[in-house]
Design a protein around this ligand. Structure first.
Ligand code: SF4
Length: 162
């Protein structure tokens, strides 16, 4: 007789990796960090109409040491890039980055020497959200897709990224 026949019903079997990843995905804490107009939509996403709190992430942390999600909301100037990298380095591991809007992802319409042509030149990006600006619904869709990605990751993946 197999083990499953000896266990009482209602017992949930999983492994530590899946359980920890589920907990991580359900309690992402974003760093308080806005760069340009996209940040207004990001703030709207945290408000009562869209209510990010439903997904365990209403707490935008003022300290990067208490955050594990960086939402890059807006264009990244060359001057800001080292600051962004420093905040990323100070965030606790494992951590994830979401690039919000075309400016953060590729420089957008700012094809010039002052703007970084994609934040992935500065930090590793886990999820891209298109748009100018993306609506809160789009940001939340990107966040939910990031939750699914985190659930599929192995600890080795998370360590390699950090
Ligand atoms: S994508 Fe559009 S809304 Fe977002 S920072 Fe660039 S110009 Fe502003």
């Amino acid at each position: 007789m197999g083990l499953e026949h000896k266990l009482p019903s209602g017992v949930l079997l999983t492994n530590v990796e899946k359980m920890v990843n589920f907990s991580r995905s359900a309690s992402l804490w974003p760093a308080t960090f806005g760069l340009a107009c996209c940040a207004i939509e990001m703030m709207g996403t945290g408000g009562p109409r869209h209510d990010m709190a439903r997904f365990g992430m209403e707490v935008f942390r003022a300290s990067p040491r208490q955050a594990d999600l960086m939402i890059v909301a807006g264009r990244v100037s060359q001057k800001m890039a080292p600051v962004l990298r420093r905040i990323y380095d100070q965030m606790s591991d494992p951590k994830w980055v979401l690039s919000m809007g075309v400016c953060a992802t590729s420089g957008g319409m700012f094809n010039n020497y002052a703007i970084v042509q994609g934040v992935d030149h500065v930090v590793p990006v886990d999820m891209y959200v298109p748009g100018c600006p993306p609506r809160p619904e789009m940001l939340m869709d990107g966040i939910l897709k990031l939750h699914e990605k985190i659930k599929q990751e192995s600890f080795a993946d998370q360590g390699a990224r950090a």
